[in-house]
Ligand binder design. Structure first.
Ligand code: ADP
Ligand code: MG
Length: 431
C-alpha cells in the first residue's frame, strides 16, 4: 500500500505543515490512513495526525470526513458531546502523491484494547454502563442535533480519554518526548526517567501507554488492572470516515460485519437506528468480552445467511415483512420468510446465553437483556433512540446533557413506544 495513491511513508521525527507538527510514534492505522502521535510545536501539546492515502477516491472521502468533522466540532464548542475534535487539516505532498492530513485532539486506547486487558472476560458491569453512557451521548448528539449517522461504530472506533488527573498527565506536559529527527535510545531513556520522576503510582496507565508507544513493555498485569480500576473512564467516538447524513447517504454498503444491522444485510433503507444496533453489539461485547454475532467469513450468501441465522437464534424469527423487504431478501429467504439454506435454528435467547454461557447472575442477565433486546429490534423504527436509551433504568441516570423538557419529551415518546409495542404484540397474537 506504500505506493502511488497509497499511504505516505511517515518516519518518527518527520515534520508536517512547515514544521508545526513533529511525529513522535505510530498510534494506529485503518484502510484509508495511518495515524501518528504528533507534537504541535505551536500550541505545545500532543495531537493525533491522520495521514490519508493519496488516490483521488481517498482524497474525496477525506474531504467529506472533514466537512462532517467540522460540523461536529462547531455544534460542540463546550466539548461535552463525546465526539473527537478536529483541530486542523492540510495537504502534504510526498513521493506517493498529495495526502489530506487531519489533526485531532490526542486520545487514549481504543475499547478493543480495554477488552483485551480484561483477558476477553468482559468489564465489570458498572464500567460497561459508564462507557455506554458516553457512547449514547455521542450518538444522541450526532443523530438528534446533526442528523449524522456514524455507520461504522465498533470498539476500535471508540477511544478512551486519559484516565488520570490532567495536572499530572505527562501527555499534557509541556515537553515533547521526541524532538525532530532525534529518535535514539538516549532520548527514549530520558523520556522514561522523566516519566518516572514526574509520576506517582496512580499515573501508571499513562506511563504504560507512552512506553508501549515507545516499544517498551512494562509489567503488564498491574498496569492493566490499574486501567480497569481507574476512577473515571470516559470515551469519545472517532473515525467519521464513513459517516453520512440521514438525507445524504454515500453508499448502501455500511458497517463492519459483526456490527452490521439486519436492514443493511438485507439491502433495505437504513437510518440513525443502524448505529443503535451496533451500539447494542458493543455493549454486549464490553460486558462479556465476546463478539455478539460473529458470522462465518465466507462467500456473500453463506456469510450473510449465517449472520441472519445467528440474529434469529438469539432474538427469535424475523417478521416476514422485514425479512422479505430488502433488495437482497430473496437471496436469503423463500417466500414464507424462511432461510433458504439453513433449516434448523437453535434458539438461545439472550438472558439464557448470559446466565448459561457467561455465568451472569439471573438478575444481571435479565436487567441487561431488558436493556439490549429492544435495541436489537428487527424493525429499525421500533428501536429506541440514543436519548431513550439514556433514560432506561439499566443506565440508571438522567444524563446532564439532556435539558429537562427534552428528558420529558423522550419519556413521553418512550411511553408512546411502549404503547405501540404493546399494540403490535396484541396484533401479532391475534394473527
Ligand atoms: P481509519 O478511517 O483509517 O480507520 P481512524 O480514524 O479509525 O482511521 O484511526 C485509526 C486508528 O488510529 C484508531 O483505531 C486509533 O487506534 C488511532 N487513532 C485515531 N484517532 C486517534 C486520536 N485522536 N487519538 C489517538 N489515537 C487515534
Ligand atoms: Mg477506524
Amino acid at each position: 500500500d506504500y505506493r502511488r495513491g497509497g499511504y505516505h511513508a511517515v518516519r518518527i521525527g518527520d515534520a508536517f505543515k512547515n514544521g508545526r507538527y513533529v511525529v513522535q510514534s505510530k498510534l494506529g492505522w485503518g484502510h484509508f490512513s495511518t495515524v501518528w502521535l504528533g507534537w504541535d510545536t505551536q500550541k505545545s501539546r500532543y495531537v493525533a495526525l491522520k495521514v490519508q492515502k493519496s488516490a483521488q477516491h481517498y482524497t474525496e472521502s477525506a474531504m467529506d470526513e472533514i466537512t462532517i468533522l467540522q460540523q461536529v466540532a462547531e455544534g460542540d464548542p463546550e466539548d461535552q458531546k463525546c465526539v473527537v475534535k478536529l483541530l486542523d487539516h492540510f495537504k502534504h505532498s510526498g513521493p506517493n502523491g498529495q495526502h489530506v492530513c487531519m489533526v485531532f485532539e490526542y486520545l487514549g486506547d481504543n475499547l478493543l484494547t480495554l477488552i483485551k486487558y480484561s483477558d476477553y472476560r468482559g468489564l465489570p458491569i458498572h464500567r460497561v454502563k459508564e462507557i455506554c453512557i458516553n457512547i449514547l451521548q455521542g450518538l444522541d448528539y450526532l443523530h438528534r442535533q446533526l442528523s449524522i449517522i456514524h455507520t461504522d461504530l465498533k470498539p476500535e472506533n471508540i477511544l478512551l480519554l486519559s484516565v488520570i488527573d490532567p495536572s499530572k498527565d505527562p501527555i499534557k506536559s509541556k515537553t515533547p518526548l521526541i524532538l525532530p529527527n532525534s529518535r535514539d535510545k538516549s532520548s527514549i531513556e530520558s523520556a522514561v526517567s522523566r516519566l518516572n520522576a514526574n509520576m506517582g503510582r496512580e499515573t501508571s496507565a499513562a506511563k504504560r501507554a507512552i512506553l508501549e508507544r515507545e516499544g517498551i513493555k512494562m509489567g503488564s498485569r498491574s498496569t492493566r488492572q490499574n486501567l480497569l480500576a481507574s476512577a473515571d473512564l470516559r470515551c469519545k467516538l472517532v473515525d467519521f470516515g464513513n459517516a453520512c447524513w440521514t438525507h445524504k447517504q454515500f453508499t448502501t454498503d455500511i458497517q463492519t460485519r459483526q456490527y452490521r444491522c439486519p436492514e443493511v444485510v438485507l439491502g433495505s433503507k437504513y437510518s440513525t437506528s443502524a448505529d443503535l444496533w451496533s451500539f447494542a453489539c458493543i455493549c454486549f461485547e464490553l460486558a462479556t468480552g465476546d463478539v455478539l454475532f460473529d458470522p462465518l467469513n465466507g462467500a456473500y450468501i453463506l456469510h450473510f445467511q449465517d449472520h441472519l441465522a445467528l440474529m434469529m437464534e438469539l432474538l427469535g424469527m424475523m417478521p416476514r415483512k422485514i425479512a422479505l423487504g430488502g433488495r437482497y431478501s430473496r437471496d436469503f429467504f423463500n417466500k414464507f420468510g424462511d432461510l433458504r439454506h439453513i433449516r434448523r435454528l437453535r434458539f438461545w435467547p439472550l438472558n439464557k446465553v448470559l446466565v448459561e454461557k457467561y455465568k451472569f447472575s439471573e438478575r444481571d442477565a435479565s436487567e441487561l437483556t431488558e436493556f439490549l433486546v429492544p435495541i436489537l429490534d428487527f424493525v429499525p423504527e421500533k428501536r429506541p433512540t440514543a436519548a431513550q436509551c439514556l433514560l432506561h433504568p439499566w443506565i440508571n441516570r438522567i444524563p446532564c446533557s439532556l435539558e429537562p423538557n427534552q428528558a420529558q419529551e423522550t419519556q413521553n415518546s418512550q411511553k408512546k413506544r411502549d404503547k405501540d409495542e404493546k399494540e403490535a404484540m396484541e396484533i401479532g397474537m391475534r394473527n
